[in-house]
Design a protein. Sequence first.
Length: 298
Amino acid sequence: MKNKYVFVLVLLVIILAAGAVFTTLFVRHRGSDRGEEKFTVAVSFYPMYVAAENVIGECDGVQLESLTEQQAGHLHDYQLTTENMKLLSTADAFVINGGGIETFLSEVAEQYPALTVVDASEGIPLDGDNAHVWMSIENYMEEVQNICDGLTAADADVSHGEIYRQNTTEYLDELEELAGEAEDLANELAGQPVVIFGEVYEYLADELKLSTVGLLDLDDERQVSAGEVAEILSVIEDEHVPVIFAEELYAKDMAERVEQETDVQVLYLDSLTSGDYAADSYLGGMRQNLQMIKNAYE
């Protein structure tokens, strides 16, 4: 009988010890889960990712995700996927370019009315329906500041806001230097004629004070008529246009045709809508654009 009591006592000790261990592990696991909770920022597409990436930097506790792949390019008639909806359901803020670029925005508003949407182009005057404002360095700087202000307001962690502001100041300093380079080039090129294949380059041409004498807004479904081709060829000849800004993805066939019939030089510029996720990709891509344009007009 004595041995029986000893056995029961030992068994109780083991059960209590095991319970304590499992309780400790559970508490640690729950604490770990809480520690891993992040402020999740979703962005609509590549240029907004790069801008938000520079605002957020290495801020602990903040996770940045993009709805689209970095090679997705423009959001022409983009359809939200199931994975997109899952991401938005867990996001704390959603950064968009705005101005009608994100055609799916009404669907997002309907599905997630409480989601904080940060409109990067808010307050920036648009050129008609053209919302490719990031192609102006000055406009892009405003977008970066809008993203900083929007995330700071949406994120309850005050320390995050301080980091956002510091990162934004540093990034804007770099962009200010780039804007100075663009201004110097604009002073050299002011009034020079240019033809544009793709409205994405209108803001860049305006910033460089170029005179846009012809524009074809091309995309993968755009059918250019013979009359439009004849008109562009006539403009190039009459205005002595030396350069065409073109987006290779959509305008290469048209550009090659024009090159064969004129002496114009076609520049396939970076629309900054795709690339790697490097934080300096906007700076590098735009600086390369400026150099290409400078060389073409020399």
